[in-house]
Design a protein around this ligand. Structure first.
Ligand SMILES: Nc1ncnc2c1ncn2[C@@H]1O[C@H](COP(=O)(O)OP(=O)(O)OP(=O)(O)O)[C@@H](O)[C@H]1O
Length: 335
């Protein structure tokens, strides 16, 4: 399902004046994407995600599901639209087993026992807890409990899954396992997944689309890979390896450039090949390698020497590398 948010504003009553949670927020969530709403504390992430999930009504603006204006929906039709979004609620029922927790929404819907059992089995497999169905939540680690909460939200096969801060209170490998379950929900069950997070690393690891929120305003949104080459992108800055080079260091080269390379072929081969073809030397003076999901991405600050430096840089740019002139932040100038 494609979800669009158009100029959504939302305020809440405050003690002295209304608290503005969202101002004119606009974004588009592609069908089948893992969409991250990223921003600092109180920037409006949860409110925006709740509007997307139809759990909160905007004061102004429209949320569309596959083009349909949801603001006009009431009663059964609103409920029907809300049911398309499974919301991950981390609070499990302590007295019920893992399987019982996952089965609860299906019982509520009156799904017959054999079908229920089959569905619960499938979901426990997706979350990697096939053999823990009979255990109680208290016997599981926080990360495993969170995975059960995801399975429960997926039980009724919603087309959209919403998880508010899915790695909150879960650490290290455990948080990677929670994120990989969200990724499987998208890849294997075909759900569009919307998450909120303060952590750019979460976005880097699993999100393919992101919106960056600042004090209720969407300051950037789009595909993460698409934003990498955008000059001055805050999202790109947050997920790429940092570049901090003293200005004096750059002066030792004919010229210096920042290069972003995306994908196995580019990261592995583009620079050595350009160097050989154009008889140009590249020296890495900053940056490094990372991954966006499974895609290797590199950002390097390079010293470039050789008469055909321009031709070499044009050649790598034609092959998809993003080449730019280093920009100086305050830190660099001070250094
Ligand atoms: N139900 C509510 N009543 C009053 N104020 C609210 C309500 N929900 C959110 N707010 C306020 O709206 C602003 C945005 O809150 P929101 O929870 O959407 O931000 P957030 O980015 O998810 O924050 P966090 O990362 O801290 O969870 C905050 O100032 C918050 O206090």
């Amino acid at each position: 399902m494609v979800i669009t948010v158009e100029n959504v504003s939302k305020s809440f009553p405050g003690t002295t004046a209304p608290v503005v949670a969202l101002r004119d927020a606009t974004l588009s969530v592609s069908a089948g994407s893992l969409f991250g709403i990223l921003g600092p504390a109180r920037s409006g992430k949860t409110t925006l995600a709740r509007c997307v999930a139809l759990r909160e009504r905007p004061d102004r603006g429209v949320v569309r599901y596959d083009g349909m204006d949801t603001s006009k929906l009431t009663g059964r039709r609103l409920w029907g639209a809300q049911r398309q979004v499974g919301v991950v609620n981390p609070a499990l029922r302590p007295e019920r087993t893992v399987a019982g927790n996952v089965a609860a929404p299906l019982e509520h819907m009156g799904v017959e026992p054999a079908r229920r059992k089959q569905r619960v089995g499938e979901l426990l497999d997706v979350i990697g807890l096939s053999r823990s169905g009979a255990r109680l939540p208290s016997e599981l680690s926080p990360g495993q409990q969170r995975r059960v909460a995801v399975a429960r939200a997926l039980a009724t096969a919603p087309s959209v899954l919403f998880a508010d801060d899915p790695t909150a209170g879960v650490h290290g490998d455990e948080s990677a396992a929670v994120l990989s379950v969200l990724d499987r929900a998208r890849a294997e069950l075909g759900a569009t997944v919307v998450i909120t997070t303060r952590d750019a690393d979460v976005a880097r690891r699993v999100c393919d689309e992101v919106a960056l929120l600042d004090r209720g305003t969407v300051v950037e949104s789009g595909t993460l890979l698409g934003l990498l080459g955008k000059p001055g992108s805050q999202l790109a800055e947050a997920v790429l390896p940092p570049l901090t080079t003293p200005r004096a260091h750059l002066a030792t080269y004919d010229r210096a450039v920042d290069v972003v390379l995306v994908g196995f072929a580019a990261v592995g081969a583009l620079l050595p090949e350009a160097s050989a073809r154009f008889d140009v030397d590249f020296t890495t003076i900053g940056g490094g390698l990372t991954r966006l999901g499974d895609t290797p991405v590199a950002r390097f600050r390079l010293g470039v020497e050789g008469q055909r430096a321009d031709a070499a840089l044009a050649w790598i740019a034609e092959r998809g590398a993003h080449v730019s002139t280093p920009m100086y932040g305050l830190r660099d100038v001070a250094a």
